[in-house]
Design a protein around this ligand. Structure first.
Ligand code: SAH
Length: 351
């Protein structure tokens, strides 16, 4: 690590903002020594805000049907080999009930953009979960919808919404998505979600095709300015039935580095150690926590459908029961000195 790199890291640690050019220098100049320093500073910051608590979210993958055709995603519309399913309201409620018994106080409903989940259907599901478990938060991750739809879902009780921006560079966005999708609409959705009152999560894949140190610097600047309550980043992993089948996966090393940088930019952010990180490295999630993450999202989907929600190849945790998944993660967190807490885990200062 040269002096310049060290100075950039310490400036971040003092809550100074870097320019986009400096963010890209920071990324380009990284080495193991820089990564260790960053991770230590990030862990200190995270400890000051959250202590040794790691929040846990029960992920319910409600549908593998999708009207979109994102070039990286295994459940894209044109993938004829994708196995399609959708969970009914009753199935989703029963996953949440089981999760409640396992100590989850946040449920994340994620899925492809499946037109079956109209506002009425999805509002009915959200309000049924909130009615059964008033002490729980519901997070939605159901893609792009209208502002009116976001408002109805919020009024039905949804607390948070995850919508990764995917990349803050319009041209890069265009290379990852079919032409009928737009960067402007993605950004519009994030603004609408914020204005509606949600705790909002953005994020991106690390090592996605055509990504550069400069586009990553743009992502960091976007995160610094948008100040999301949550931020999901994980390595891109190719899926064999997509146009990006032959592309290289993102690395653990860069993902961990960026997790630490994001923790320093936004000390209070809710930052998951993602399943994708656990897929590219068997100890990826533990390493993610040590680099500054403070959230894990074990799978609560019914075992029968887990393999079908295949966004990328070799996804982990598709053979286990929910109870096994949550026990396993609990042990993994304990092994690195952290503990999973039974708590909604809202963004500090929110509500
Ligand atoms: N339909 C919802 C949920 C998408 S899946 C939405 O549009 O927000 C959640 C995230 O998985 C995506 O935002 C994307 O960043 C990530 N993802 C999709 N395909 C992936 C792949 N091949 N490798 C790694 N992450 C992927």
């Amino acid at each position: 690590m040269d002096l310049k790199e060290k100075e950039l890291i310490y400036r971040l640690n003092r809550d100074e903002k870097l320019s986009e050019a400096e963010y890209s220098e920071l990324i380009k100049g990284r080495d193991e020594e820089a990564a260790v320093l960053l991770a230590n500073l990030a862990a200190e910051k995270r400890k000051a805000v959250f202590g040794d608590a790691v929040y846990t979210r029960g992920l319910i993958e409600i549908s593998s049907n999708c009207r979109n055709n994102c070039l990286y995603c295994g459940i894209r519309r044109d993938n004829q080999n994708a196995k399609r399913y959708r969970l009914t309201k009753e199935e989703i409620i029963s996953c949440a009930d089981e999760g409640y018994g396992l100590g989850f106080r946040t449920f994340v409903l994620q899925g492809g953009e499946d037109p079956y989940y109209t506002d009425d259907v999805l509002c009915g599901i959200v309000s049924a979960i909130k009615c059964g478990h008033p002490d729980c938060a519901v997070t939605l991750s159901m893609g792009e919808r209208s502002k009116g739809s976001y408002r109805k879902l919020y009024d039905a009780g949804a607390d948070r919404y995850l919508l990764r921006h995917e990349t803050a560079d319009a041209e890069h966005y265009f290379k990852l998505h079919p032409k009928e999708m737009s960067f402007e609409n993605r950004m519009r959705c994030l603004r609408d979600l914020r204005e509606t009152g949600y705790q909002v999560g953005c994020g991106f894949m690390v090592g996605s095709p055509f990504q550069t140190d400069e586009t990553l610097a743009g992502d960091l600047k976007f995160i610094e300015l948008f100040r999301p309550e949550m931020c999901g980043i994980g390595p891109f992993i190719p899926h064999h039935d997509t146009p990006f089948a032959k592309e290289k996966a993102g690395t653990v090393e860069l993902t961990l580095f960026l997790l630490s940088v994001i923790r320093l930019i936004l000390p209070k952010v809710l930052l998951p150690a993602t399943t994708a990180l656990g897929t590219v490295d068997p100890d990826g999630r533990e390493k993610g926590i040590l680099a500054g993450a403070n959230v894990v999202m074990p799978n609560l989907s019914p075992k029968e459908v887990r393999k079908k929600y295949e966004l990328y190849d070799n996804k982990i945790c598709t053979g286990e029961e929910s109870a096994q998944c949550s026990k396993c993660l609990e042990a993994r967190m304990r092994s690195v000195g952290y503990r999973l807490v039974v708590d909604r885990g809202d963004a500090p200062g929110f509500k």
